[in-house]
Each structure stands twice: as C-alpha cells, then as structure tokens.
Design a protein around this ligand. Structure first.
Ligand code: NAD
Ligand code: IPM
Ligand code: MN
Length: 365
C-alpha cells in the first residue's frame, strides 16, 4: 500500500467547504487504488491570523515542506481586508508559495462539452477549448523591491511596487513552459508588455534565446492587452501560454469564464524539488461562504492534479477526472454552472454525487 502525507489547508470562506469534498474524494479514490493518505490539517490565512496572529505560522510551513503534497482551499475575507500588509491572509499565501519555492503555476482551462451553455460566450467560440496558462508564481511585482508607501515631492501620499525579473527566473519558467507545450500541441504563446516595460523586454529576449533549444515548438509573442482580447475573441488559437505572475493571475480568471465558471479551474504549483501546492484558482468567495453554494469541482480537479503532478498517481487522477465528467453527465450543477434542464445542488450534495461517480457501479442483480 502506498502512503502519502498530505497537508490540508482549508483556509477561509468557502475554502473549508470545497476542501472537505476534495478530501473525501481523495480518500475514496485512494481506497480503490491501494493508496493511503495521511491528512494533516494546518492553519493558513485568516483562520491562522485568528488563532496565531500571523497568516502563515512557522508550523504550517514546516509541516507543508515535510509532506508529499499540499491541498489548499482559499484564503481571505472582509474581516481581514483592512489589516496591515504583513497581517493579510493573502500575504500568508504568498509566503507559502515563496517558502515552497513553487515558481511554476499550471492553470489549465478546459471546456467540458456538458458546460458549453454555462459559458457567457457563444457555443461555437468555447467548444473544444483546451489551453494551459503557465504562470510565473514567485517573482515579478508580487515580490519585487522596493515596495511600500511614501510621499512624493509635493507631499502627496504614494504607493509603489516593482516589477522585476532576473534572467534565471525567466529562463526556468520559460523552459518549463516549453516542456509543457511539447507534451501538449506544440504551440507556445508568450504574453508580455515588451512595448512598454523593461521587465517584459528582458522576458521577451530570454524567451527568444531559449526558443533555440525548442525548434519543434511553434512560438508566438503577444502583448497582454491583445492577449486578453484574443482570449474571448477566439480562445481556440491558444495551446500553452507562458506569462509573468500578475498577467497570469488576471488571464487565468478570464480563461475561467470561457469554461463557464471560475468554480471549475484547478491549479498546480510546482518547483524544482519539494512538494507541490494544489489549489483552485478562485478565492474564498465571501459572498457565498457558509451557504453551501460553492462549486467544489475546481478543488476536486486540483486534487486530481495533486495525484498526477504531485505524486505520479496517474490512474487515481484519471478516476477523479472521469468522476467529474460522470457527475456532469448525470446533470448535477451548482448555481454558478446551472442552466435550464439540469439539477441544481449545493456543495455537499455535489460532493456526494462525485463520490457516487467514483465508486465502481455494482451491476443490479
Ligand atoms: P473570488 O474568486 O473569491 O470570488 C469571485 C466571484 O466568484 C464571487 O462572486 C464568488 O462567489 C464566485 N466564486 C468563486 N469561487 C466560486 C466557487 N467555487 N463556486 C461558486 N462561485 C464561486 O474572488 P474575490 O471576490 O475577488 O476575492 C475574495 C477573497 O478571496 C479576497 O479576500 C481575495 O484576496 C481572496 N482570494 C484568494 C485566492 C486564493 O486563496 N488563492 C484567490 C483569489 C482571491
Ligand atoms: C490567486 C489569487 C492570489 C494571487 C492572491 C489571493 C494573493 O488571486 O491565487 O490567483 O494573486 O496570486
Ligand atoms: Mn487570482
């Protein structure tokens, strides 16, 4: 029997609701595949602030580092929005990503045929979309220095951040993305703002240099403003997209809507060594938290990515992916992906339906 230590970070808002579903699905799939998961639940974000006074307690980071993979719900909420920066839930998440050195964030956006009518875009535009956003996750404006608040020469209050990339940070994420593109459909689009920003000019130069190592990959470059337009105009033109931290954040939320809902998009964050971090791309959704309305698919699909990219348990990952499709085929929908003629359910019941879809069907006697 294979044994894995999984750090569970439910976080805030809908985080605990969606991670409960994903944990149950993992346990069930594990029991069918001869895998045992030892979950250890730790504090992160607002939940950690309330108990320990910091958004990422040392113990959370050290337990996470020693585990085989980390499954995260989401963090944040109104209660902590006015906190000083170092006491924000979001700061805890950024410290976790930095501490785990997970520089590569994979955010696949796949349109399930069952959800074509859940998208706000026309069916013929979204049909067949299957793209991968490779987002740089531990650099750029999120971490660049100097940053802070100050005063300008007129005594006006200022707030400032620094978009900065070292060549090695660009090189490693770009190589990572070329490798992903090679396993997909051989197309890579690098998104930048090289017409204006020095950090993007260096980015583009490094992409062009590294492309020499990948003559088999069809490379293109796009400015981020155009890319955000192209994503809704004709998303099928994209296979793999590689971009910096902040552009990747924004473009992946946009890509989510092609699939119907932000509640559908999983992610995997990995680095050169150490455990990976797996989380939905959505936030803690404080507007629906505690109401059993959250869509758990993004987190359940993140658990599938954990199995595949984190543990190399491809068969177990496929079981989850199949169960998600089967649940959709049986017509179950949370409110965010509901359309006429389907069955509206809450987060809990959706979890139960996914479990039924995982369980091998016992033929009637
Ligand atoms: P959000 O993603 O939490 O919510 C945006 C909208 O999408 C809301 O209307 C919400 O109800 C809906 N939504 C999100 N996930 C859903 C799901 N699974 N099922 C159904 N509907 C869903 O973004 P926001 O409102 O901008 O941010 C709320 C809080 O979450 C903030 O504190 C923010 O900092 C934090 N946040 C955290 C993460 C993370 O933990 N990785 C990501 C994004 C935002
Ligand atoms: C995400 C979130 C985070 C980010 C925030 C909460 C720090 O939006 O995971 O996409 O900007 O990376
Ligand atoms: Mn985001």
């Amino acid at each position: 029997k294979r044994n894995y230590a999984i750090t569970l970070l439910p976080g805030d808002g809908i985080g605990p609701e969606v991670t409960t579903v994903a944990k149950n699905v993992l346990d069930l799939v594990g029991s069918l595949e001869g895998i045992e998961f030892n979950f250890r639940e730790m504090l992160l974000g607002g939940a950690a602030l309330d108990v320990t006074g910091v958004p990422l307690p040392d113990e959370t980071l050290s337990v996470a580092k020693q585990s085989d993979a980390i499954l995260l719900g989401a963090i944040g909420g109104y209660k902590w929005d006015k906190n000083e920066k170092h006491l924000k839930p979001e700061t805890g998440l950024l410290q976790l990503r930095e501490g785990l050195k997970v520089f590569a964030n994979l955010r696949p956006a796949i349109v399930f045929p069952q959800l074509m009518d859940a998208s706000t875009l026309k069916r013929e535009i979204v049909e067949g979309v299957d793209l991968m956003v490779v987002r740089e996750l531990t650099g750029g404006i999120y971490f660049g220095k100097p940053r802070g608040f100050g005063t300008d020469e007129n005594g006006e209050e200022t707030g400032y951040n620094t978009e900065i990339y070292a060549a090695y940070e660009i090189d490693r994420i770009v190589r990572f993305a070329f490798e992903i593109a090679r396993k997909r459909h051989g197309k890579l689009c690098s998104v930048d703002k090289a017409n204006v920003l020095e950090a993007s000019m260096l980015w583009r130069r490094r992409v062009i240099a590294i492309a020499q190592e990948y003559p088999d990959i069809e490379l293109s470059h796009m400015y981020v403003d155009n890319a955000s337009m192209q994503l809704v105009r004709y998303p099928k033109q994209f296979d793999t997209i590689v971009t910096n931290n902040i552009f990747g954040d924004i473009l992946s939320d946009e890509a989510a809507m092609i699939t119907g809902s932000i509640g559908m998009l999983p992610s995997a964050s990995v680095g050169s060594s150490g455990p990976g971090l797996f989380e939905p791309i959505h936030g803690s959704a404080p507007d629906i938290a505690g109401q059993d309305k959250a869509n758990p698919f993004a987190t359940v699909l993140s658990a599938a990515m954990l199995l595949k990219y984190g543990l190399g348990e491809d068969k177990a990952a496929e079981r989850i992916e199949k169960a998600v499709l089967d649940t959709l085929n049986r017509g179950f929908r949370t409110a965010d992906i509901y359309s006429a003629g389907t069955k509206l359910v809450g987060c809990k019941q959706m979890g139960e339906e996914i479990m039924k879809s995982v369980e091998p069907q016992v033929p009637a006697a």
